[in-house]
Design a protein around this ligand. Sequence first.
Ligand SMILES: Nc1nc2c(ncn2[C@@H]2O[C@H](COP(=O)(O)OP(=O)(O)OP(=O)(O)O)[C@@H](O)[C@H]2O)c(=O)[nH]1
Ligand SMILES: [Mg+2]
Length: 237
Amino acid sequence: MSDNPTQTDTQSDTPANTHADPLVIRYLEYLGPMSSREGWRPDPTHPEIAFVGRSNVGKSSLLNRLMKRKAFARVSNTPGRTREIHFFDVNRQFVLADLPGYGYARISKARKAEWRPLIEGYLKDSPKLWGVVQLLDIRHDPTDDDMTMLDFLAELGVPTIFAVTKVDKLGRSQIATRVRELSTQLGLDPDQIVPFSAQTGEGRDELAAALMSLLAMPDWKLPATDDEAETADTAGE
Ligand SMILES: Nc1nc2c(ncn2[C@@H]2O[C@H](COP(=O)(O)OP(=O)(O)OP(=O)(O)O)[C@@H](O)[C@H]2O)c(=O)[nH]1
Ligand SMILES: [Mg+2]
């Protein structure tokens, strides 16, 4: 029969998982803090994703939302609260690193100077650093510190994802406008930026999916093994 009603065919197309979670948290463990460049850090057995941004931008809140936990990473009203790098093992598959905030105006110069070697040292030295998520507050233009971090990451060559936080504070059209403005200021394409709200959960699955794609990529530190390298090899024989 050529005129079969189409609905009879659709029943097999209605899977239960229409909104599959790109990152199901099956196992979560706090591994501990790293408080100086030479200090303790977990064995680099799994790929690590680091979260960087100014104090108070919402790093710890974003991590809690990402991991679907209320207060796993500390959240505070006191900017500069996260003083160490905190490591979380996710699914025994990868490690998330919550870095101290940089550049908060009210933090003394001495303390800022203390943290810089820790943050930059960790990013430079970590053998398993797989990628970085740089956070920016949707309401504010990037500061000099944000631009310094962006340049530092670009120079390092580490794959970087950008998330703009606290989007619940703005309306829909304002969000779109700000994402466009920020992308111009940062020299990025607007779809390289994930709008995120720790309060509503907006952007959680997009960010989780971006992290999973990043983790599926080969180690950026390894030398390229592309055709070009092979051609150069054979040409030299
Ligand atoms: N409305 C709103 N508030 C947020 C959001 N994310 C974080 N906050 C608030 O912003 C403040 C700082 O959040 P944290 O997650 O502690 O920020 P942080 O970047 O980890 O700060 P440091 O550890 O000091 O570097 C807290 O009062 C949070 O409740 C968000 O998406 N929406
Ligand atoms: Mg924090």
